[in-house]
Write a protein that binds this ligand. Structure first.
Ligand SMILES: NC(=O)c1ccc[n+]([C@@H]2O[C@H](COP(=O)([O-])OP(=O)(O)OC[C@H]3O[C@@H](n4cnc5c(N)ncnc54)[C@H](OP(=O)(O)O)[C@@H]3O)[C@@H](O)[C@H]2O)c1
Length: 221
């Protein structure tokens, strides 16, 4: 049976490949983005455009644009990286990363949670570099801290919704060759998306709140 799937940040990179993955399974996919790329348009899925996760009002309006009565799978993938170091910290860039990477996923959940029913699964795309335990190389103050904040928000949401049977995962895609990394990385977006798809398949209310690599490796906080 086809499932109701929403991907936020579906335009390119890992998000676009997630859309392809779920569509291939025959699921009913809604791709949420600011402005659809030609590649996304070519996939022939339902598009919801005009959603900038920085803007409180457009995300709040998202629920009114979703024709589902229940969401089976929601993945918030939208994110930005503004590289920095202590010598060139830009506080505006830091704020923007918190707005998109930490508050963006929270606002998506705030907007859509009335469509969560028992069995709904929510994936929040975080990053291993948000792990405090794993930080051995420093740098990227804004990006790291915004993903650490997302990890805390995600674990809170997992606790909040556990009794309702809604499971959350904090997902690390791997080091992926996308625009974000300037094409650097160890794997391609389709491989990352295939791994994230599997992690979402495995996610259950028993494992809610986990922080996991697309490879399946459980990550430290
Ligand atoms: N690539 C990696 O190695 C890596 C590693 C760890 C975690 N991640 C995470 O994986 C996710 C996807 O990254 P990616 O590598 O695929 O990056 P990407 O190619 O740069 O794609 C980023 C996506 O986020 C969307 N986005 C950015 N700001 C937005 C906003 N304000 N409102 C709505 N959508 C917005 C972009 O849409 P537009 O096309 O409209 O800009 C695009 O679809 C991010 O959360 C990132 O932090 C990536």
């Amino acid at each position: 049976m086809s499932r109701n799937v929403i991907i936020v940040g579906a335009n390119r990179g890992i998000g676009l490949e997630l859309v392809k993955c779920y569509k291939k399974q025959g699921d009913d996919v809604i791709a949420v983005c600011r402005q659809a790329s030609d590649e996304l348009k070519a996939l022939d899925v339902t598009l919801v455009e005009g959603i900038d996760v920085k803007k409180d009002t457009t995300v709040a309006d998202l629920a009114s644009k979703i024709p589902f009565s229940k969401i089976d799978i929601l993945i918030h993938n939208a994110g930005i990286l503004r590289g920095d170091s202590f010598q060139n910290l830009n506080l505006e860039d830091m704020r923007e990363q918190f707005e998109v990477n930490s508050l963006g996923p929270l606002k998506t959940v705030m907007s859509l949670h009335e469509l969560f029913k028992e069995g709904t699964k929510v994936g929040l795309v975080s990053s291993r570099v948000g792990s405090i335990d794993d930080n051995s190389s420093g740098q990227n103050y804004g990006y790291r801290a915004s993903k650490t904040a997302l990890n805390m928000i995600g674990t809170n949401l997992a606790l909040e919704f556990k009794d309702k049977g809604v499971a959350f995962a904090l997902l690390h895609p791997g080091y992926v060759r996308t625009e974000m990394t300037g094409g650097g990385g160890l794997i391609d977006p389709d491989e990352a998306a295939a791994g994230l798809y599997q992690r979402m398949e495995e996610l259950s209310i028993e494992t809610t709140g986990l922080f996991v690599h697309s490879s399946g490796e459980k990550l430290h906080w």
